[in-house]
Design a protein around this ligand. Structure first.
Ligand SMILES: NC(=O)c1ccc[n+]([C@@H]2O[C@H](COP(=O)([O-])OP(=O)(O)OC[C@H]3O[C@@H](n4cnc5c(N)ncnc54)[C@H](O)[C@@H]3O)[C@@H](O)[C@H]2O)c1
Length: 457
């Protein structure tokens, strides 16, 4: 255990200076040293993988340095931490122990971008040190860890924000707006069918995401986004889940298996062969630092330990009476989804995604003529610039530039939203494991499903 930053500024300048001809000696003074920075929110980050270093590391320093001071970094892998530190810039103190970092740096906000199964530890440790939390999805991966977060939020009274960036693309906000304006009336049923392509699925199968113990399976790691959007659009809590799933192509179902893509006898036969060494960013962050933690990023997609599903189907009953039929089909060449929202006064339909990427999405409204005076309407909403169809910068502006901006669509999510979205996936896992029995969400944590979101007591 370190009792000081893993790299202090002085040590870093010594080692990096020797390696880089001393160019970093002339680096500017540490952010936060002067009174100019006093009013910025002091934020620290735990988990310096690709997501942490780009979306919250570099982007914070490049786009929000006038409102936020990123004060320090933490990761259990010291090699990756050092690469991340150089990539993000700013000569930030870096720690391999979160408690030590929080005690020494006293940030106001902890940003959690670590592996899914340790989010709860980092969220709770952050709150214990008096921090508000901004955490990546999924909030956590099972109901016990969710309960620990619920309890800690009560105990410490800190604010927790879950970064559900999927709520922020302009056309998804438009769907929410149309529902709030009463286009469909009361929602009775939802068909939500999501597809991720082979090349997307392969990335999951290669990493920790292929094992339930780390990512909770795609029911949680991926579908948390979809369940959150559904809960948010339907504006009610899920109550009961029945699910089916299968693993048919990857893991132990594969025809052969090797050690990893760099060390494999089947490279010419394998449709998923991939050379990570050709990607410098990934090589320096991951491959060059495997000796510290054994994290292999180009694992065999046919390895025996894979215990997640490729195809997922669930029926979700909501507390307001709506029923959603949901699927996540991952063994396909298509990336996108079809959404239908049926209500007492009409129906919204969206078919999003596909390749080549479109520059916007179409939403079709069909009135239920017996009950609605509206005409059929088509809405075309352009994607914004930036990641996730323009959603990421809208979300990060709210987080880092304008935290008090009005939120009429209730896009910002907290613990309750995070819990309700993962519990659908947790219940789906339990349903499959118990022979497709219905599972009650209310049995999983102390949070009870409520028919109308925002009106819970
Ligand atoms: N919202 C989105 O669209 C989106 C996209 C990508 C990733 N994510 C989320 O971001 C998070 C990070 O994803 P990633 O792709 O960068 O994963 P990653 O595995 O590349 O990075 C995770 C980092 O956490 C570190 N870590 C693991 N255990 C730790 C511990 N106990 N203490 C400190 N550090 C620890 C690892 O060493 C690694 O550097 C995940 O939760 C993922 O679900 C969200």
């Amino acid at each position: 255990m370190t009792t000081k930053p893993f790299y202090t500024r002085r040590e870093f300048i010594k080692t990096a200076g020797a390696a880089a001809g001393g160019t970093l000696v002339a680096a500017p003074a540490l952010a936060g040293a002067g009174s100019f920075f006093k009013e910025k929110r002091r934020m620290a980050l735990v988990g310096t993988g690709v997501r942490g270093v780009s979306m919250f590391g570099r982007s914070l320093r490049a786009n929000y340095s006038d409102t936020v001071e990123l004060v320090s970094l933490c990761d259990i892998n010291p090699g990756r931490l050092q690469v991340a530190r150089e990539y993000i810039g700013g000569n930030l103190p870096a720690y391999t122990d979160l408690d030590e970092m929080l005690a020494a740096q006293k940030p106001e906000v902890l940003i959690v971008t670590s592996r899914d199964d340790v989010h709860h530890e980092h969220i709770i440790t952050g709150m214990r040190h008096g921090c508000d939390i901004i955490t990546e999805k999924p909030l956590t991966i099972d109901e016990q860890k969710a309960q620990a977060i619920i309890n800690a939020e009560k105990e410490y009274g800190r604010k927790v924000i879950v970064t559900f960036n999927y709520r922020y693309p302009p056309y998804r906000a438009k769907i929410k707006e149309l529902i709030m304006e009463g286009y469909v009336g009361d929602i009775r049923s939802v068909d939500f069918h999501y597809h991720i392509s082979h090349s997307h699925l392969m990335r999951y199968m290669q990493r920790w995401h292929g094992q339930r113990q780390y990512g909770g399976s795609l029911w949680v790691h991926k579908s948390t986004h979809h369940f959150d959007m559904a809960n948010w659009w339907i504006n009610s809590d899920p109550e009961e889940v029945t699910a089916w799933g299968a693993l048919e192509r990857f893991g132990r179902k594969g025809p052969f298996r090797g050690n990893n893509c760099r060390d494999c006898n089947f490279t010419s036969q394998c449709p998923y062969h991939w050379n990570i060494l050709e990607n410098e960013h990934l090589r320096t962050l991951y491959t060059d630092n495997e000796q510290y933690d054994g994290y292999i990023r180009d694992n065999c997609v046919f390895r025996e330990e894979i215990d997640i599903w490729e195809k997922h189907t669930a029926v979700v009953k909501y507390a307001n009476g709506a029923i959603m039929t949901y699927s996540l089909t991952a063994d396909t060449g298509f990336e996108g989804y079809k959404l239908v929202v049926n209500g007492t006064e009409g129906r919204l339909e969206v078919r999003a995604g596909g390749w080549p990427r479109k520059f916007g999405e179409e939403i079709t409204f069909m009135p239920n003529r017996r009950y609605s005076d509206r005409e059929e309407e088509q809405f075309f909403v352009e994607h914004g610039s930036g990641g996730h169809w323009g959603g990421d910068p809208v979300m990060t502006d709210q987080l880092f530039r304008d935290p008090d901006r009005p939120d009429p669509l209730r896009q910002q999510a907290g613990v309750r939203d995070g819990v309700m979205s993962i519990l659908v996936g947790v219940a789906a896992r339990k349903s499959i494991d118990s022979g497709n029995r219905p599972v009650n969400i209310g049995d999983l944590t102390t949070i009870q499903p409520h028919p109308a979101r925002g009106l819970e007591v």
